[in-house]
Design a protein around this ligand. Structure first.
Ligand code: AMP
Length: 216
């Protein structure tokens, strides 16, 4: 049966990196609500004005809008064989909507928690850098590029640091995760659909376990 793979974890746990690897290697579309909102934020629309303060401060975007974006994206043809969600669901209302969507679309759902201790998360976030061309994720502490501040594959591109990856906002985002998103882990656990992976290792070791979990 086709699957929705939900990658879960606190901000900075490395969900995005694992989601990108799963997409490449399992050939399933990766849907990151954070990436979609960051792209929408760059448009000159009233929606961008609404999103900018929320994303800059690391506050959650309202459920109604988030749900609409996910519903539209997952209705596209490339999602018929299943897909990977990175950063969704984050609230109970979103998780409830996803139950309905999975049933409608005929997919099973499996959640994989990338588990990282709290003292590591802040460094993961403040050290994070992205390539503006291909989206590759680096970290100045854990996974630096070959040459300072530029992508290994796009040397013309200076890496960017997300506005919400500063120390203050990073702490708020972890708190939001604890309050709004952690209850979802219990929900997936009690329904037998949660797999936990130790995320405090190198990327490939984590990936091996994520892939095993996805195939379990
Ligand atoms: P991320 O890249 O997943 O860390 O998301 C970046 C930001 O996008 C978050 O801090 C929120 O402001 C917003 N966002 C992403 N996904 C969601 C979601 N499922 N629900 C509400 N807001 C979201």
């Amino acid at each position: 049966m086709s699957k929705i793979i939900v990658l879960m974890g606190a901000p900075g746990a490395g969900k995005g990196t694992q989601a990108r690897l799963l997409q490449e290697r399992l050939r399933l579309p990766q849907i990151s609500t954070g990436d979609m909102f960051r792209a929408l934020m760059k448009t000159e629309t009233p929606l961008a004005e609404e999103l900018r303060p929320l994303l800059t401060l690391g506050r959650l975007v309202p459920d109604e809008l988030t749900i609409r974006v996910v519903r539209e994206r997952t209705a596209q043809a490339d999602c018929r064989g299943g897909y990977i969600l990175d950063g969704f669901p984050r609230t109970t209302a979103q998780a409830e909507m996803l139950e309905g969507l999975a049933a409608e679309q005929g997919h099973a759902l499996l959640a994989v928690l990338v588990d990282v201790p709290y003292d590591v998360l802040e460094k993961r976030m403040t050290g994070r850098r992205n390539c503006p061309v291909c989206g590759e994720i680096y970290n100045v502490y854990f996974k630096p590029p070959a040459h300072d501040e530029v992508c290994d594959l796009h040397p013309e591109a200076k890496l960017v640091h997300r506005a919400d990856d500063n120390a203050d906002t990073a702490r708020d985002r972890v708190e939001t995760f604890e309050r709004d998103t952690r209850p979802l882990l219990d929900f997936y656990e009690t329904t037998g659909r949660l797999r936990r992976v130790d995320g405090n290792r190198d990327v490939e070791a984590i990936y091996a376990d994520v892939e095993k979990a996805v195939n379990s």
